[in-house]
Design a protein around this ligand. Structure first.
Ligand SMILES: Cc1ncc(COP(=O)(O)O)c(C=O)c1O
Length: 436
């Protein structure tokens, strides 16, 4: 880090006194009111007015009939995936997951929580490569995956960094193969998508839909998540599972496995205070994205792309990708990395180190799941078909791997909604100097 502070390329720049975060929580004051009310009225457990209210308000905002407030987005994804498994394959024994013996097609370049629940349910994730138009699941690769594995009936799809994926195509493919969709809208609450000529919210696009109120999300409860659906029976089932699956008996009677996944009324108080500011946060994040887009336009980089005709992202994180011909050498091991500086070129690793040296937080792009040690033996499907083992000692070329390429050349930029335009100018100045 010290070397950036003494590097002549960065002469005159001082580290920020207060750290510029990637995306930190923004409290507005109302959160305190609803948390205090929960404490004052003694409704601090997993029942209460805040929970009822946030379920009602989020369902109305997103445009679904039912929202079930849970302890985390991961909990929502687990129960959504379990419910999909039970719907497809029946109730599992208590010591087995509902997906045992079944493959599930999953977004590849996403946070692990999107699809770890497939493994919780004993299923086998098959990773679908990413397209370069929105950085989400590639419908062409998905179609290829159905050619290779025609029996698959479940797709888990995420919207990366708040940008909706190609859901019209993905839904068409899912319907053609009688497959269900679990939608992971954890990062994209408030993002809109033009589906068959009608604007809808992400969180309505799957058969089972999930959002997150994790501390770094567009609005937060400090933690928390929700399951969203139009189906009353599904909402009731998820609510029952989330509160230990109690049957209608005077004692604790159980016919199915349960979980302690319900949101607390305290957390719901924080969410309740945040909901009125969702649109404001989106506008702030959009302004950050647009300032980066204009301010970095003279560099050999591009912003994370979206389909402006079919989607309106929530701009949760601004990202950039370095043009191939402006990439300096960079090698990443499993836990360490090396890079070289070259005039006119840079690397995500160098930019992230430079930002950190000046007290600013960026982040690498989500490392694709097919590259993760834990999922090394799971299948990976690209637009060309099987994405594993495509190199040959005697023939040049390795096959496409869009996710690996975005991971190699891309990074998430500081996207905190409290960053001022002046601070963002300094961030962009640091990035410019990396290319000197
Ligand atoms: C794409 C994605 N899915 C799932 C999650 C999990 O949500 P949570 O942290 O609320 O469990 C997150 C964020 O944390 C996420 O970014």
């Amino acid at each position: 880090m010290q070397s950036f502070l003494t590097d002549p390329r960065f002469k005159g720049i001082k580290p920020f006194e207060k750290k510029i975060w990637l995306s930190s929580p923004t409290m507005h004051g109302d959160e305190q009111k609803w948390v205090d009310e929960a404490i004052r009225t003694n409704w601090v457990s997993t029942v209460g007015a805040n929970i009822n209210e946030v379920e009602k308000q989020i369902a109305a905002y997103v445009g679904v009939r039912y929202a079930v407030a849970l302890s985390a987005g991961t909990a929502a994804l687990h129960l959504a995936i379990k419910l999909a498994g039970e719907t497809l394959y029946g109730q599992a024994r208590p010591d087995r997951g509902t997906l045992q013996g079944h493959r599930v097609f999953c977004s590849d370049m996403t946070f692990c929580a999107s699809l770890n629940p497939v493994a919780y349910e004993d299923g086998e994730a098959v990773f679908i490569d990413t397209e370069s138009d929105t950085w989400n699941m590639d419908p062409v690769a998905l179609e290829k995956a159905f050619e290779l594995y025609p029996d698959v009936r479940l797709i888990v799809v995420a919207h990366l960094y708040g940008t909706p994926g190609k859901m019209e195509e993905i839904k068409r493919i899912a319907d053609a193969h009688h497959a269900l969709i679990v939608e992971d809208a954890a990062e994209s609450l408030g993002a809109k998508y033009l589906l068959n000529g009608k604007w809808v919210e992400t969180g309505t696009l799957g058969n089972y839909n999930c959002i997150s109120f994790n501390g770094n999300k567009i609005i937060t409860g400090s933690s928390g998540g929700m399951f969203l659906t139009d189906c009353e029976a599904d909402a009731n089932k998820v609510r029952k599972w989330s509160t230990q699956s109690r049957e209608a008996a005077p004692w604790y009677q159980h016919e199915e496995i349960g979980y302690n996944y319900r949101m607390s009324n305290i957390i719901a108080g924080v969410v309740r205070g945040q909901i009125p500011y969702l649109d404001m946060h989106i506008a702030q994040k959009k302004a950050i994205y647009e300032r980066y887009k204009a301010g970095l336009a003279d560099l050999p980089v591009k912003m994370n792309p979206f389909d402006a005709e079919k989607s309106e992202p929530n701009f949760w994180l601004s990202c950039m990708i370095i043009d191939e011909n402006a990439m300096a050498p960079q090698v990443r091991g499993e836990q360490d990395y090396l890079y070289k500086s070259e005039p006119g070129k840079s690397t995500p690793s160098e930019i992230l180190d430079a930002l950190a040296a000046f007290n600013t937080e960026g982040r690498p792009i989500w490392k694709p799941m097919h590259m993760q040690p834990i999922y090394r033996s799971n299948a990976f499907i690209t637009a060309q078909g099987n994405g594993r083992a495509r190199s040959n000692a005697y023939i040049a070329g390795k096959g496409v791997d869009v996710g690996a390429d975005i991971f190699r050349r891309g990074l998430c930029l500081p996207s905190d909604n409290k960053m001022t335009p002046e601070q963002q100018d300094v961030v962009m100045d640091i990035i410019h100097r990396c290319f000197r």
